[in-house]
Design a protein around this ligand. Sequence first.
Ligand code: SER
Length: 315
Amino acid sequence: MEKILVIGAAGQLGSELTKSLADQFGAEQVIATDLNESARSKFDFCRFQVLDVMNKEGLRNLVKEEKITQIYHLAAVLSAVGEKKPLFAWELNMDSLLHVLELAKEFNLNKVYWPSSIAVFGPNTPKINTPQYCVKEPNTVYGISKQAGERWCEYYFQKYNVDVRSLRYPGLIGYKSLPGGGTTDYAVDIYHKALAGEKFDCFLREDSSLPMMYMPDAIKSTLDLMNAPRQAVKIRSSYNLAAMNFTPAEIYQSILKYIPDFKIEYHPDFRQAIADSWPDSIDDSCARKDWGWKHDYDLDAMTQDILENLPNFKF
Ligand code: SER
């Protein structure tokens, strides 16, 4: 029987993925962990434990005592915060991944999941339909750590047979957690402001296109990849993944259909340079071919779903 450890469970992805894992494997088989005790209240549907992923011994003891068979390692410092604290971001993002990969090797874990990002791409990457294999040269600390992490994942797969799987997520948009220091998080915040009847002050230019994905698609892609047969997972660095691309002006127009007096102003800041270094759109044909990836949500379907559900959601 599988025993799943989720690291960084209270973050944007973990808040929703952990529930799906508990549904799939059973409440007692999933242990959600987070740095903060205050996160406990989010996990009444599975087990919860405080864990600092930088505490290698603490992590090792937990994996050993609980006989963990799979780790979802979701803890990371995102792009905008990473630029403010570069060395901290590097240390946390890299050391934590190496702790997890070492444990996977030592305890012969069945599977590891680790998210990568469009941030692995940089200014010299082809911007339109960015291919799986191309020049990367990321210029944010977050992106450098994700690219290095991808190389480590492939290394542990090839050298030690660790079954590690990964996706290069586009900007993820969900309403069940608050913006968490990412460049794409403007597209989370904008719905909160629209529903609060406030003007939205956008930190990107109106024509700044980025690849994006609604959270139900992100959850589906993650579970599809993790449930795929081992031989189907041909890429062991990280898969390109896509659903939609839009600009701030386009998401604003989508919201206006429901909230016609919503106002926006554009005041680009340091995050514009980060967005400019990332692709406009992604070619994810390898994911579609290898394990049957298919997205459900476009921009308007996402807007409708968020505007309907966010007002009733309790943080
Ligand atoms: N959403 C992330 C960020 O903006 C990118 O993976 O930092």
